[in-house]
Design a binder for this molecule. Structure first.
Ligand SMILES: [Zn+2]
Length: 308
């Protein structure tokens, strides 16, 4: 499999304070692990472009886009809280535009057959971002912007999203709640932030809540019994992955116990579905993952599995 890898150093400049778990070093540990792995020679690197306002406006409210892009330091302290744990700082707009632009460019690379697969190693993450509202460390819903681009520019009719971040991707669910061309399969700890995901009436929103303490075995059972049959039934033309690695047992932000091999396993299962129905087309976007000592290994396991 030919894998594109999208990144941009601007994504390091968004910094919400040294104590904040969503920190620039998340991308640095991934880079470091890739450099010492066999992947270094195999991935095709691309600089993430800036998303355009038009691309963002497919899923975000224009007033909200302007609010993020035109940071006004009203209090003079250098930051502005958009939600209790999401701070807009002077370098946020560029980082957020690169993160969303990565998802758009990844989609273009895959749908113009330059690569079957693309991974966006970017931050800030996206899956909690609502159309008009930042939330849970997220500003723009990067993956949703990519999905909307695939629908608008390439006319895709069946796109599946698999989200295995430990938190429910409430933003993605809300954005596509009334979209019959998009299926969302998600595993998440429940009850847990953002306390959503179990009340969807839409049959294309496949939720697989996991109790605190659940292991990779519980995860694999949920994917095997609910996600994979739904994907086979839906027959996606393309698959997007919200790749969050914060359900790892070493991650202090959650209480699940996944391991690197669980991420490799689910990735292989998703790839098999993509090969069967979707010409192997996958765009994967980094979401959460805050344990700096294992995040790099998790991403490498994911990328190695994507290479087949
Ligand atoms: Zn998360």
């Amino acid at each position: 499999m030919s894998v594109a890898y999208l990144y941009h150093p601007d994504c390091l400049l968004h910094e919400m304070g040294s104590e904040h778990p969503e920190k620039p070093d998340r991308l640095n540990v991934i880079e470091k692990q890739i450099k010492i792995s066999q992947l270094k020679e195999k991935i095709h690197r691309y600089e993430a472009p800036l998303a355009t306002k038009q691309q963002l406006a497919q899923v975000h409210d224009s007033q909200y886009i302007e609010k993020v892009l035109n940071f006004v330091d009203e209090s003079g302290v250098g930051f502005s809280y958009l939600d209790p744990d999401t701070m807009l700082v002077i370098n946020t707009p560029n980082a957020a535009l690169r993160a969303a632009g990565a998802a758009v460019h990844a989609t273009d690379l895959v749908l113009t057959n330059q690569h079957n697969i693309a991974f966006c190693s970017v931050r800030p993450p996206g899956h909690h971002a609502l159309s008009d509202h930042a939330m849970g460390f997220c500003f723009f819903n990067n993956l949703a912007v990519g999905v909307a681009h695939a629908i608008k520019e390439y006319g895709l009719n069946r796109i599946a999203i698999v989200d295995f971040d430990v938190h429910h991707g409430n933003g993605t669910e809300a954005i596509f709640a009334n979209e019959s061309r998009v299926m969302l399969c998600s595993t998440f700890q429940h009850p847990f932030y953002p306390y959503s995901g179990t009340d969807s009436a839409n049959e294309l929103m496949i939720s697989m809540p996991l109790s605190a303490g659940a292991s990779g075995e519980h995860f694999r059972k949920a994917i095997t019994e609910h996600c994979l049959p739904a994907l086979h039934n839906f027959k996606p033309e393309m698959i997007f992955i919200s790749a969050g690695f914060d359900a790892h047992q070493a991650d202090n932000l959650s209480h699940l116990h996944f391991l690197e091999e669980d991420y490799a396993w689910v990735t292989k299962e998703i790839l098999a579905v993509a090969n069967q129905y979707a010409k192997g087309r996958i765009v994967s976007c980094l979401e959460g993952g805050y344990a700096l000592d294992i995040l790099g290994q998790c991403v490498v396991a994911h990328l190695e599995a994507l290479m087949g």
